[in-house]
Design a protein around this ligand. Structure first.
Ligand code: ADP
Length: 437
């Protein structure tokens, strides 16, 4: 079109010169032809200049307007630039969405170029690896993550499995880091915080090891005695009786352990227990009677009730928690000691306490007493029928009632275990009359 129009104008100018030549002579007709050609050249040069200037900032709104051959050129340019702008806007919106998705990812993402230099990273990866987006873009990732395990992973080029990194950037989080090659030269570096998962796995491993260890001793004892009984059918009655008694004790120990484990697992399963109106005074008296039963007259047991208030909670769970504290007091208090069960209100909170004048616990053990299987004195715990799970159960039950277990103790003098219930769990005495347990 452009070429055709220019050629038509040229031919028109030549034709006009030829037409004029017989009338006005060669000179004038050549002058007219030169003038026309110059005008055509000027028109093209002028438009070329406009086009050149427009190309410095090519926006659809500033596309020049013209006539003749250049009109078509400009209108095509206008359509092209508009379409390009549209697709560019679409592309940049899609890119923005991808970047926003990358930024919002709960896992860390770092884009590495063909030389393992950082091209882009999301906030989570900055947090995981201690990166600074302003300073670290363009840096080699191995300079920033200096752990030998990572350097080895990067150089082996086997990225099928993630690598576990500890103490990255001086923090105690545990990271699972994996490289994913893409785009034939680039790599994605994905980071995931697995601290919690590792902790759960460690707790689980320790728990299984502890349970197996707890069961091994009674099983070995029972197995050993059974073997003797099989090998010595003529064993005298007294020895047999004593061995049967020991086996019975050991099976009792296993039974208690299994019962405690089941209680813990039920408590940990999170299923809500029934909510009862518990008469705390009556419960304290029942527990005192149980303590006397356990003590068999070796201790002096007394109940100190300073409030008639009741408690809103699960009766069986509260009985089990208070019962564990009472049983511990009996087991860890030498003969002649005193055990005091207390129920009172402190600033509106209900406080149930078990105080003893027993062995006491050194301060450094106190924070760990509620850990499963933690015992200060293994021998004493086992010989008195302890499973090492009692206080773990107490803590769980307290938590389920939004209560706190507080422990104070002095070695050789005695201990006090308190469960402090929030005010909203305390019931007025008359509320107990409605239906008490
Ligand atoms: P256990 O079955 O061993 O008694 P617990 O979880 O009930 O397990 O208690 C954990 C440890 O706390 C016990 O092994 C014991 O060392 C210590 N402990 C608990 N109660 C008392 C107490 N009243 N006096 C002294 N030590 C106690």
């Amino acid at each position: 079109m452009f070429w055709w129009r220019t050629a038509a104008l040229l031919l028109g100018a030549i034709f006009l010169a030829l037409l004029l030549q017989p009338i006005v002579g060669w000179r004038i007709s050549l002058a007219v032809l030169s003038g026309s050609l110059l005008a055509l050249l000027g028109y093209h040069l002028y438009n070329l200049d406009r086009l050149g200037r427009w190309l410095n900032d090519p926006t659809p709104d500033t596309v020049p307007e013209s006539y003749g051959a250049w009109e078509g050129v400009y209108s095509r340019l206008y359509r092209m630039v508009r379409a390009q702008g549209k697709s560019q806007r679409k592309l940049s919106a899609a890119l923005d969405r991808f970047v926003a998705a990358g930024e919002a990812m709960p896992e860390g993402v770092v884009v590495l170029d063909s030389n393992d230099r950082i091209e882009w990273c999301n906030p989570r990866s900055m947090q995981h690896l201690g990166l600074d987006r302003k300073k670290d873009l363009g840096q080699h990732v191995a300079y920033l993550v200096r752990l030998p395990a990572f350097q080895h992973y990067l150089t082996t080029q086997d990225y099928s499995q993630p690598v576990i990194l500890r103490n990255v950037a001086g923090s105690d989080t545990i990271l699972s880091v994996q490289l994913v090659p893409f785009d034939s030269t680039r790599k994605l570096l994905l980071t995931r915080d697995i601290t919690q998962l590792e902790r759960v796995q460690t707790v689980h491993r320790d728990f299984v090891a502890n349970v197996s260890h707890e069961l091994r001793t009674p099983l070995t004892v029972v197995g050993g005695f059974l073997e003797t009984l099989i090998d010595m059918p003529d064993m005298d009655v007294a020895t047999r009786q004593s061995q049967l008694k020991m086996m019975f004790d050991q099976t009792g120990r296993m039974q208690r352990l299994v019962e405690d484990l089941l209680t813990l697992s039920r408590l940990e399963s999170g299923a809500e227990g029934r909510e009862d109106r518990v008469d705390a005074v009556q419960l304290a008296q029942i527990l005192a009677a149980e303590a006397e039963g356990l003590s068999k007259g070796r201790h002096q047991v007394c109940v100190e009730v300073l409030s008639e208030a009741g408690l809103r909670g699960n009766y069986d769970e509260l009985h089990s928690a208070f019962g564990n504290l009472v049983s511990n007091a009996v087991r860890y208090t030498p003969e002649g000691g005193q055990i005091r069960l207390k129920w009172r209100l402190e600033d509106g909170c209900g406080v149930f306490a078990v105080e003893d004048t027993g062995l006491g616990v050194e301060a450094q053990h106190i924070p760990r007493l509620t850990e499963r299987f933690y015992r200060v004195d293994r021998g004493r715990s086992r010989s008195t029928g302890g499973t090492g799970l009692g206080l773990a159960i107490v803590k769980h039950i307290a938590q389920r009632h939004q209560a706190k277990l507080e422990v104070s103790s002095e070695l050789g003098k005695g201990s006090c275990f308190r469960i402090r219930f929030p005010a909203n769990r305390v019931l007025e005495p008359q509320e107990l009359l409605l239906s008490s347990k």
